[in-house]
Every structure is written in C-alpha cells, then in structure tokens.
Design a protein around this ligand. Structure first.
Ligand code: ARG
Length: 590
C-alpha cells in the first residue's frame, strides 16, 4: 500500500493541486508525535489569498467532515501552517505485514518507468544498459574498479526491480599501444608457468622489466610499436598472445566477481570497438562536426567550459573518446535502450560530458538517454594498509584481509554464539561476512563522497556495518528457528491479528519496513544505493529495540507471541531482500 500516493489522491479532491504536486509536498515529520505525513500549506496561500495557518485549520475541518477520507487515516491535526496526518496503527501494521509476507516479485518492486523524467514518458523501449566495473586487462583489479563494480551491480538490481530489462556491460580496457610493449616484454622475459599461476603479477612483472630495459635499449620501443601495428592488423602471432593475456585476465577478474556475486551479459571491451571507428569518423565528417586542430581531429562545443573532444590524434590514431563514441553508436543499433548508464569514477566526468555533447552535436537524440553515474576516490587511513605494488590497492588483497580479520573476531567471540560451529562453517561465514563488510563500505555513503577505509569502522559489530546488519538478521532467524513455529508462520494470515496490531513497537517496526520499501525508489531516482543501506540500518536498529522491549519468545500469550514472530519473519524478509540488492547475502546464523 502506498500511503503517500493514496493520501495525495484523496487530498487532490479537496485542494486545488494535482496529485503529483501534493505527493511531492508531503513531508515525513521529524518527530513521531507530529504524525506520519505532514502537508505544508504555504503553497496554497497565494492561490486562496489566506494565511497558511488559516488554510491548515480550514482543511482540518473539511477533512474531519469528509466521508471519502481513506480508511487508514486515524486523524489529522492542524499545527501552525502544517496539516499532520496520523495513520491508523492496526491498518498500517497489518497491511505492511501482509504485503511483505505475501509478496513474490520482491516487496520493494515498483514501476520504475512512472518515476522516470517526463522525457521518457511515452517510451516503448525496455532495455537499460548499465556499464560498470570495466577493469583494464593485464593490470590489477584495484579498489576503484571495486567501487564501480559494487555500485553498478546494485544499480542493475534496482533497475531490474523497477521492471526494466537490464543489460550488464563490462567495457574492458583492452586496447592501447601498451599491448605492443607487453607482447615484446612477455616474449623476452616471460615465464609461462608463472603466467599460469598468477597471470596479473607475471604480466605486471614483465611490463615493469620492459620499462627498465628500454632505458638501455631504446630500440625496444620501436619493436613494441611494430608489434602493436601487427596486432591492429590481426596478425596471427600477436593476436594469439593478446587473446591469451585477455583471457587469463578475464579469468582472474571472474574469480573476484564470483566472490562479489556479480556477473555480466556483455564483455565487449575497447578493442571490440576500435575497428568501428572509421565509420564513426566518416559520419562525423558528414554531419560536419569534425574540425582540424594542430593536425588532430576534434569536435568543438559552444560551452566555453567544455574543451574540444579529441577524436583522432595527429598521426591518425584513435582515442579513448573515439572508442566510446563508436561503442555508444553500436549500443544504440543493437539495443534499443531506455538509458545507457556509465558507472565510472568522477575524474572521468569531463570525458563523458564531451562524449555526450559530441553525440548531441551529431543530432543524435539518444544523447539524452546517456547518463554518467560518478563516484569518489577510495582512500586508506594511515597504517591501515600496506601496498605490494606501488600505491595501487588490489581488491583481492583487501577482501582476503577483511575475511581474515572477520574470522579472528568470530573465533574470539565464540562464547557469544548460542550454537556451536565447526571450522568449515566458520570459514564459510567469515568469507561471507568479510566480503560483505567490504561491499558495505562502498554503499554506505553517497557515491560522490570519497571513502576512507578503516578496519575498526568496517568490522564494528555494533556500527553502521555489514557485520551489524548480518548479525541482527541472524538473531531474527535464530528466534524464528527456536520458536518451533517457522512452518506454521508461513501459513498464517496477518489479517487474523486485528486485535493485536495496535501495538506501538509493532507500528514502529513496520514503519521502518515501509521506509525501506520507499528507499529503493529514492535510490532509483538518484542512482544512490546508499539510501537503501541507510534504511536497512534504521530497520535493524528498530528491530533490536523491538527485540529488547518485547522479548519475542518470552511472550506468554500464544497469539501475541505468534504475531510478534510474524513481525520477526517480515523483518527477516525485508532485510534479506534489501541486502541482496546491495550484493550482500544474509546469513541465518553467525
Ligand atoms: N577502463 C577504464 C578505467 O579503468 C574505465 C572505462 C570506463 N568506461 C568507458 N566506457 N570509458 O579507467
């Protein structure tokens, strides 16, 4: 039940504003005593030529006398310029419970299309392309790529819940003159066994060695250029080596993706688009947007703050921007996308502005369907991390360390657990909780903020962390198991608990469930999964309060106990669903 929507519909019959405007105006009051929704009357003052305070009090009288007021409305109060609405506790609680417990396609599932900008309103298109992760082959998978991967995968899940057909794209960085160098380096200094064992390290090693050797043997540089040229011409030897590097890189990335529970539908990297560039350049010439500048080919823009987009270098070679232009044209042809979203770090924001502006200059109306979703930098507090390879922090190292530390905490606190666990189960759990702790760091704050990693914050079992959320979920599940009623609960109808549903703690708990549901839509509108993380944290805080105050299993009255267990089950259902959106799997015991 969407109370905001229903209330807005009702009010639109009383005041001269449309439903959408009212829905936008309705606020959630800062205090419980001020009701569930507040309608500020300022917007009506000009229209009605009355003071907002007077309007609020007049509206209250109208509503009190109205027959059409929705069933869920307990009362309304005029306080100053505001009209505060109170929802009937038992209706609210039972409705929410029933929806959570009987949903099949996800409690938070919604119609995303109706929330898109007006520009997309009458859209027949179904597919949403989300490009994320996009690491560079033969290079380490670092924490910046982790940010893109975790954020992008969460957005992909949100768009699926919103009813779109999502295409997950991994735009691998697999093109560039450095591959000529890598081929020379590997042929001269490579070790095939080391390559099998730890491909990225081996490729990194020979690449570094190449740069040392070039100081003494500058002719290596020419050889690398020649080998890159041959690669571009698809010569067998170079292409085979390149494909091997690409293949083993992807395999090692897949190991990481598996741990993160992430996958892709499309792995076309930059090299896939490189031979589609001549056609794009031709099209740009036809449409008159290319200009010569110091021997290069560029697109200029009217906006004085937007530097020209470099399409071809003076020696005729292609650029990062030209590959992105070729790829977006390819995407438009092969997918009829509602949106084409790029989840890439903020430092590339200018690049994407240029690409989108170039599309606009070419009069492609799908330019407006392209969206850049940027994110901040990942930093590590002093002494929190020592790096192996320069200043790049590899995700795998971070994950391993997090799992190790989580395991140590679990073993140390073994006496906290009610159930015994064997070593294997502890390993399995430490992996889940440790990885979740890392994932959560990337989604707990607004994406444009920089992340500062610290082990203390990240593994604090009482803080705003994945271990805290998982622990609370496991506590709920343990209560359900111990109740011995788990099977029976699934068959109960929430509506049979009319008499009990007025309970204040129950109301507070179901309100945080509803707030979670709404947070998913807000996360969708703003491309901000952290709103879901924040709602889940509030949900867990409230569950713990409910648990302490109500002592669920100790409840004497059997009916009341069942009702509280039902709330517990609904909580577990919401938490599991919300965590899954963020890429975290809930655990039944911990
Ligand atoms: N591979 C690039 C990097 O690691 C990110 C690619 C972003 N996507 C794009 N279509 N340009 O920085």
């Amino acid at each position: 039940m969407d109370y905001r929507q229903a209330l807005a519909e009702y009010l639109s019959g009383i005041v001269s504003l449309d439903c959408e405007t009212i829905s936008g105006l309705l606020e959630i009051p800062p205090q419980e005593t001020m009701g569930d929704f507040a309608f500020p009357c300022f917007a009506l003052a000009k229209l009605l030529r009355k003071s907002p305070v007077q309007i609020a009090s007049d509206l209250k009288s109208t509503i009190d006398a109205s027959e059409a007021a929705p069933e869920f409305l307990a009362r309304c109060e005029a306080v100053g310029a505001y009209l505060n609405f109170f929802i009937q506790a038992n209706v609210y609680v039972l409705n929410t419970l029933a929806t959570v417990l009987t949903q099949t396609g996800g409690y938070a599932a919604f119609d995303g299309r109706s929330l898109l900008d007006a520009a997309f309103e009458s859209d027949e298109r179904k597919q949403v392309l989300i490009e994320y992760s996009s690491p560079n082959i033969a290079k380490p998978f670092h924490v910046g790529h982790a940010f893109s991967t975790i954020l992008g995968a969460a957005l992909a899940r949100i768009y699926s819940l919103a009813g779109f057909e999502v295409v997950r794209m991994n735009h691998l960085g697999d093109y560039g003159t450095q591959f000529g160098k890598l081929i020379v380096a590997y042929e001269n200094y490579g070790d095939s066994e080391a390559l099998e064992a730890d491909p990225i390290s081996e490729l990194l090693r020979v690449y570094v060695k190449f740069h040392q050797e070039v100081e003494v043997h500058p002719e290596l540089e020419d050889e690398a250029r020649e080998r890159f040229r041959r690669l571009e011409n698809h010569e067998a030897n170079e292409e085979a080596l390149f494909l091997k590097f690409r293949d083993i890189s992807i395999q090692s990335f897949k190991r990481i993706y598996k741990r993160l529970g992430v996958d892709f539908d499309n792995w076309n990297g930059e090299s896939f688009y490189s031979d589609k560039i001549p056609e794009v350049v031709e099209l740009m010439r036809e449409r008159g947007v290319l200009e010569a500048s110091e021997g290069c080919q560029v697109v200029r823009f009217d906006d004085p703050n937007l530097p020209p987009c470099l399409v071809l270098k003076s020696d005729g070679t292609t650029t990062y921007a030209s590959r992105d232009l070729a790829s977006v044209l390819y995407r438009e042809r092969n997918y009829h996308f509602v949106k084409n979203i790029y989840v890439v770090g903020l430092p590339q924001s200018l690049h994407f502005k240029q690409v989108f502006a170039a599309l606009e200059r070419m009069n492609f109306d799908f330019a407006k369907r392209c969206e850049f979703v940027g994110f901040g930098l990942v930093k590590f507090g002093e002494g929190n991390f020592s790096t192996r390879s320069g200043n790049v922090i590899e995700l795998e190292t971070l994950l391993n360390e997090a799992v190790k530390k989580t395991r140590a905490i679990m073993v140390e606190n073994a006496e906290m657990r009610s159930e015994t666990m064997d070593e294997e189960e502890i390993d399995r759990l430490a992996e889940k909780v440790g990885v979740a702790a890392v994932i959560y760091q990337f989604v707990k704050n607004g994406r444009e903020r920089d992340i500062l990693f610290s082990w203390e914050d990240m593994l604090d079992f009482d803080g705003d962390t994945a271990p805290y959320l998982l622990y609370t979920g496991a506590r709920a599940h343990s209560i359900l198991r111990r109740s011995g009623l788990l099977d029976e609960l699934a068959g109960l109808d929430a509506m049979d608990f009319q008499a009990l549903a007025g309970d204040e703690e129950a109301l507070r708990l179901t309100k945080t469930m509803e707030a979670y549901r709404v947070s998913v839509q807000q996360a969708f509108k703003q491309s901000e999964p952290f709103l879901i993380a924040r709602a889940l944290n509030a949900l867990c805080r409230q569950f713990n309060r409910f648990y302490t105050r109500c002592g669920i299993l100790k409840t004497e009255d059997l009916e009341l106990r069942k009702f509280r267990l039902l709330l517990c089950l609904a909580f577990w259902t919401c938490l599991k669903e919300g965590l899954a959106i963020l890429g975290i799997e809930a655990v039944e015991r911990m």
